[in-house]
Design a protein around this ligand. Structure first.
Ligand SMILES: NC(=O)c1ccc[n+]([C@@H]2O[C@H](COP(=O)([O-])OP(=O)(O)OC[C@H]3O[C@@H](n4cnc5c(N)ncnc54)[C@H](O)[C@@H]3O)[C@@H](O)[C@H]2O)c1
Length: 248
């Protein structure tokens, strides 16, 4: 029970990695609020996970939504120990000049501005308590980018630098900030990275992962539970590959 007595917000927790992280946190003793733009899916995932998990509909790209989410979490739990900035989207693979401005703005708003809003509304609460753990879900895309996903890759590179910058600034306030860099994973988002879900495309992606399989929500849950627990009390500013050796 690594997270006994802790409270956590997991954004994008209605699906994929976020759902795996939320389920593992509950199994480790945390009380979890799933925040997702898809309120119905968040509610149903909260029910599926059980253990007192609650849900809140929020578009993490919008400041007002993140402000209301912060209030809802404090109402539900009294305080927030852990924030997992996991909500993220991609554009479909294409030459960089063919990606539309609309797609660029959407990817940047969800993958980067959400972190800005969470810093505005959730970090002051953690600073006032002189304790907290933030985990940003970045990607191997920010370390070893694949072609045709340029603006998605760049958004994750931004998140990696944001993680280090937040970590160094918040360390004196007792708030640790780390990131996970997952490799391609078995979630609904995988098809969008591959462009098409065919055996050939899967084989192409798998050939770049030495361990020979896609990552899973359980892999992310295990890594997230450690980094957000007190066992990782001396770890801040790391962006940890959970990638089966892809970035070696
Ligand atoms: N799946 C992969 O291959 C992979 C690899 C590396 C990194 N990642 C990152 O992991 C994170 C989770 O991805 P996933 O694969 O689980 O995707 P997913 O599509 O399964 O889940 C993403 C969740 O985020 C929610 N969401 C989307 N936009 C939102 C917004 N504006 N506000 C709140 N919630 C929003 C969705 O409704 C969904 O429930 C993302 O940040 C993604 O970039 C994924």
């Amino acid at each position: 029970m690594k997270l006994q007595g802790k409270t956590a917000i997991v954004t994008g927790g209605a699906s994929g990695f976020g759902a795996g992280i939320a389920a593992k946190f509950v199994a480790e003793g945390a009380r979890v609020l799933i925040a997702d733009i898809n309120g119905a899916a968040a509610k149903s995932m909260a029910n599926e996970i059980g253990g007192g998990t609650v849900s809140h509909a929020a578009n993490m790209a919008l400041g007002d939504d993140v402000k209301k989410l912060t209030e809802a979490a404090i109402d539900a739990f009294g305080h927030i120990d852990i924030l997992v900035n996991n909500a993220g989207v991609t554009h479909l693979p294409a030459a960089m000049e063919d990606i539309t401005e609309e797609d660029f703005d959407r990817v940047l708003a969800v993958n980067t501005k959400s972190v800005f809003w969470s810093a505005k509304y959730i970090i002051p609460h953690m600073k006032s308590r002189q304790t907290g753990a933030v985990l940003n879900v970045a990607s191997t895309a920010g370390v070893s980018p694949r072609p045709r996903l340029s603006w998605y890759n760049s958004s994750k590179g931004w998140m990696i630098t944001a993680t280090k910058s937040m970590a160094v600034e918040l360390a004196p306030n007792g708030v640790r900030v780390n990131a996970l860099n997952p490799v391609a994973g078995e979630t609904p988002l995988l098809k969008s990275f591959m462009g098409e879900d065919t055996p050939e495309m899967r084989a192409k992606f798998l050939s770049t992962i030495p361990i020979g399989r896609f990552s899973t929500p359980q892999d992310m849950g295990a890594a997230a539970a450690f980094l957000c627990s007190d066992e990782a009390g001396m770890i801040t500013g790391i962006c940890m590959e959970v990638d089966g050796g892809r970035c070696i």
